[in-house]
Design a protein around this ligand. Sequence first.
Ligand code: PLP
Length: 284
Amino acid sequence: RIVYVNGAYVPEEEAKVSVFDRGFLMADGVYEVTSVLGGKLLDFAGHARRLDRSLRELGMEMPMSEADLLAIHRELVARNDVVDGMVYLQITRGNPGDRDFAFPPAGTPLTVVLFTQSKPGLADNPQAKTGLRVISIEDIRWGRRDIKTVQLLYPSMGKMMAKKAGVDDAWFVEDGFVTEGTSNNAYIVSGGKIITRNLGSDILHGITRAAVLRFAAEAQMEVEERPFTLAEAHAADEAFITSASAFVMPVVELDGQKIGAGAPGPVAKRLREIYLDESRKTAV
Ligand code: PLP
């Protein structure tokens, strides 16, 4: 695999990042994951915009133009022959040359790393037909979940808790309300309405979420952006998640109890189709 590190395209074995890099020592960095379908990037502009925001919220600046960023994404997709898969991008506060809690002086170059992951048949994931089983776990993440940082230890632990419970994923719950999934936004369908938590600092502002809510409104589907309780989720007609790599994925079981009929519901299925169709049209 050819990866990108600070301006150079190199074989992954030759890629180097300092042991003093703040991403490595302090999880002081942000990331984006952009899906590739048919060799093209989905929702690229949305991911670039959120990256810019994540960096600014942490006092960093986009180290290149959006056009240059797109060119690197495309170059990696081409060099690695990615048809379906994703491009991972990470920008950290760089290497101050020593370990120090204080931020390095302005002008310290940021570390920019990108690599690809091939996932043949990504859009035909068989899980879309069966749906995911999830458990709920307490949300003990930090208070700025709207910033897409590489501080992913608790979400990783959440995935492991799900694995141990024999299911696919976990939904975080705070004060009785569902926030989001370990790596996705969470939705229920109840009384014909699509309900998902409103944007704030307690969830990541999903790029797929924004697109799906736009398509839902265009299709005259009713959407309510508000926190919903775990009890509401248990009693819902359907549930689903969204993310750049899962697109729209039905959820059929929560904490060992079936949601609705215990099978992917019509709203999730329809939104998945619309999302895949529409986002392919604007892929770059
Ligand atoms: N919420 C969390 C915590 C995530 O990690 C992610 C994606 O990684 C999402 C939501 C979905 O965001 P997006 O649709 O931009 O992939």
